[in-house]
Design a protein around this ligand. Structure first.
Ligand code: DGT
Ligand code: CA
Ligand code: CA
Length: 573
C-alpha cells in the first residue's frame, strides 16, 4: 500500500467524521495524519511491518494512529472507516468534489435534505429546495448546479470506440451537406489515442451558418455550450464534448495539422518552421505577413522539410527523426490481418457456436482463427477443465469438416494461477494448437510475483502467446505491475508471441509497450477476444494501437498467410 493510499483513507475518515458533525479536534487529527503520511519519503507500509513502535518515531504519529496504520496495512482497511462508510452513503462523499462545497454544507444536504448522491442533489437544486436550506443562498444553488456539470465532464475520458463512433457519425453528416467541401475529425481521436478527452472536428464550407445549424440540431447533440460564427462547442448525449471549427480552404491543412496535435509533436514542428524563417499557426505557414502554405497537411510538412506523418505517430516519440531520415514505417492496416487468434464460444462464456464464429470470421475476410475458450479457474465464465477441453477440441476438429475457406485452431485461454502454475495439466496443453496464457486473478500481487507467473508461463513448452499481458481495463482498473523489459527479453528468448488485445476496454499491450515489444523482435498478434460474432469487429482498434506503436504488417504475425503463420509458430517454439 502506497503512502498516498494510506493518506487517502485518513482523509476519508476525516470527511466522514466531519459530515457526521464530529468534534473538530478529532477531524483535524485525521487530516494531520493524512498530511504526515503523504509527506513521508519512506514507505509507511514498510515501516508498519516493523511494528507500531517504529511508526511512532515519525513526528506527528502517535500511538493510536500508529496502531490504525498497522491494522490498515495488515488488513487493507480500518474498522472505524468501515463503520463510518456503513453510516454514510458513498454518493454523499461525491458532493465534496463540488467547488465551494465543504463537509459542513454536505452534512446539511445529507441530514436536512436527505440527499445522498450528485443526481439527487441536482434534482433538489433544480427544484429550488437547496436555496431553502439554512446557510444556503440562491447563488449557492446555482453554484452547485454549475459544479455538477463540471464534475460530470471533468477528467472524464472516453474510450476510442465511443469517441470514434460519435465523431465519425457527425463528420459524415456534415460532409453530406452541399455547402461542405472537406470535413475531418482531428485531435486525439484522429491520432487514435486509446481515450479521448473531447472531440475536435474541422470543416471547410461555403456557408458556415448552415454547418453550425446542422451540428446544433444533430441527433447526437444534447446541448450547445458555445456558438460563434465559425466555432461551436456542443455536448453530446454520450457525455463527450465536441469542438467544431469551420476554417477557410487555404487554412484547412494548417488547421488540421494544428488541431490534430499532439501538443508535443506540434511544438517540434513549429520550431522547425521557425528555423526556416517561417511562422506556423492554425491559419497557415507565413514568411512575415506572406502566406506560404496551409491548404493541405502535406504542404505544411513539406515546408518544414518533412514527409507527411501519420496522425497515430504524432506524439514526439521519435517520429520526427524517422521522418527526417525518410525511415517512417509503412504502418499496418486492417486489411493486412488474415487471422484472429483469440475468441470464445458457448463452450465457456461466448454466445455463439464454433461454426457460427468461424462463419462470422470468414465473412469478415479472415483466413484462420483460433478458438480459445476459458480454462477452469474462470468458473464465472464456465471455464473448461481437462476433460471438457479435450471434448471441445474434438468438436473444433469436427467443425473443420463443415466449413471451407477458413482454418480453425484448437486453442485455449489458459489462466496463469496466483501460484504461478498453469490452470491445466501439461499433457492436455501439449495437445492444443495454440495456447494463450493470461493473468486474470491476483493482478495486485507484487511485481516479483507477477513476473514469476509471467516468466513461468513463457518457459512452459506449450504456451504460444501471452494474452492481454497487463490485465488492465482502460480507465477503470490498472494492470498488473510488470517489468516489461524482463518480460520481453524472456518472450523473445523462448519464442513466445505477445498479444495486442483489440477490445477497446483493454488495448493491452498499450502503445508504448507495443513499440518496446517490436524492438525486442517479438512477434505480435492482434486479437479480438470476441465473445460473439459482432465482437470480431473490434479488430480495427487493435490495429490502431499497433499503428501508434509504429508497427508494420511484417511486425504482426497474424498478417501472414496461414501456412506461414504456422511455420513461424513452429520455428519460434
Ligand atoms: P484530448 O482531447 O485530451 O484527448 O487530447 P487532444 O490532443 O485532442 O487535445 P485538445 O482537444 O485539447 O486539442 C486538440 C489539439 O489542438 C491538440 O492535440 C493540439 C492542439 N492544441 C490545443 N491547444 C493547444 C495549445 O495550447 N498549444 C498547442 N501547440 N496546440 C494546442
Ligand atoms: Ca480533443
Ligand atoms: Ca478540443
Amino acid at each position: 500500500m502506497q503512502n498516498a493510499e494510506i493518506a487517502q483513507r485518513f482523509e476519508e475518515i476525516a470527511d466522514l467524521l466531519e459530515i457526521q458533525g464530529a468534534n473538530s479536534f478529532r477531524v483535524r487529527a485525521y487530516r494531520n495524519a493524512a498530511r504526515v503520511v503523504e509527506d513521508q519519503a519512506e514507505s509507511i507500509a514498510a515501516l508498519a511491518e516493523q511494528g507500531s513502535a517504529r511508526l511512532q518515531e515519525i513526528p506527528g504519529i502517535g500511538k493510536d494512529l500508529a496502531e490504525r496504520i498497522v491494522a490498515l496495512v495488515e488488513t487493507g482497511t480500518i474498522p472505524q472507516l468501515e463503520e463510518l462508510r456503513s453510516q454514510v452513503p458513498a454518493g454523499v462523499l461525491d458532493m465534496l468534489r463540488l467547488p465551494g462545497i465543504g463537509p459542513k454544507k454536505v452534512a446539511a444536504l445529507f441530514h436536512d435534505l436527505h440527499v445522498t448522491s450528485l443526481d439527487e442533489l441536482k434534482q433538489a437544486a433544480e427544484q429550488g429546495k437547496v436555496a431553502e436550506l439554512k446557510g444556503f443562498a440562491k447563488k449557492t444553488e446555482q453554484q452547485i448546479l454549475a459544479g455538477i456539470e463540471q464534475v460530470a465532464s471533468f477528467g472524464r475520458r472516453f474510450s476510442i470506440a465511443e469517441a470514434r463512433a460519435n465523431a465519425e457519425a457527425i463528420v459524415d453528416d456534415l460532409r453530406a451537406l452541399d455547402v461542405v467541401t472537406q470535413a475531418s475529425v482531428a485531435g486525439s481521436c484522429r491520432r487514435r489515442k486509446e481515450t479521448c478527452g473531447d472531440l475536435d472536428v474541422l470543416v471547410t464550407a461555403s456557408d458556415s451558418a448552415i454547418v453550425m445549424d446542422r451540428l446544433a440540431e444533430h441527433a447526437l447533440v444534447a446541448a450547445v455550450l458555445q456558438r460563434g460564427e465559425t466555432k461551436q462547442r456542443v455536448r453530446l448525449h454520450a457525455g463527450i464534448e465536441l469542438d467544431l471549427r469551420v476554417v477557410p480552404e487555404e487554412s484547412y491543412g494548417a488547421a488540421l495539422q494544428y488541431f490534430t496535435g499532439s501538443k508535443e509533436h506540434n511544438i517540434v514542428i513549429r520550431r522547425r518552421a521557425q528555423e526556416r524563417g517561417l511562422k506556423l499557426n492554425e491559419y497557415g505557414l507565413y514568411r512575415g505577413d506572406e502566406y506560404v502554405a496551409g491548404r493541405t497537411e502535406e504542404d505544411v510538412y513539406q515546408q518544414v522539410g518533412l514527409p507527411w506523418i501519420p496522425p497515430e505517430l504524432r506524439e514526439d516519440r521519435g517520429e520526427i527523426e524517422l521522418a527526417e531520415q525518410g525511415r517512417l514505417p509503412q504502418l499496418i492496416e486492417l486489411s493486412d490481418i488474415q487471422g484472429d487468434l483469440h475468441m470464445h464460444t458457448t463452450a465457456s462464456d461466448g454466445t455463439a457456436t464454433i461454426l457460427e464464429m468461424a462463419q462470422a470470421a470468414k465473412e469478415r475476410g479472415l483466413k484462420y482463427i483460433a478458438i480459445t475458450d476459458h480454462s477452469q479457474r474462470v468458473s464465472m465464465a464456465n471455464g473448461l477443465d481437462a476433460q471438457r477441453l479435450r471434448a471441445h477440441w474434438q468438436a473444433i476438429d469436427q467443425a473443420r469438416g463443415k466449413i471451407s475457406g477458413i482454418e480453425l485452431l484448437c486453442g485455449i485461454e489458459c489462466d496463469i494461477l496466483e501460484d504461478a502454475t498453469l490452470d491445466l495439466p501439461d499433457d492436455v496443453l501439449a495437445e492444443g494448437d495454440w495456447v494463450i496464457a493470461v493473468l486474470h486473478y491476483g493482478l495486485k500481487q507484487p511485481r516479483a510475483k507477477i513476473m514469476e507467473r509471467l516468466l513461468n508461463a513463457i518457459q512452459h513448452p506449450s504456451v504460444c502467446a501471452i494474452g492481454h499481458p497487463s490485465g488492465r481495463i482502460v480507465g477503470k482498473r490498472p494492470g498488473a505491475d510488470i517489468d516489461y523489459p524482463e518480460l520481453f527479453k524472456a518472450a523473445s528468448e523462448f519464442g513466445v508471441f505477445m498479444e495486442i488485445n483489440a477490445h477497446p476496454s483493454r488495448l493491452d499491450l498499450d502503445d508504448i509497450q507495443v513499440a518496446a515489444a517490436r524492438d525486442h523482435g517479438i512477434p505480435i498478434v492482434i486479437n479480438t477476444d470476441a465473445h460473439a460474432p459482432a465482437g470480431l469487429d473490434v479488430l480495427q482498434y487493435g490495429v490502431d494501437q499497433a499503428r501508434r506503436g509504429g508497427l508494420t504488417a511484417a511486425d504482426v504475425a497474424n498478417t501472414r498467410p496461414f501456412e506461414e503463420f504456422m511455420s513461424m509458430l513452429r520455428t519460434a517454439r
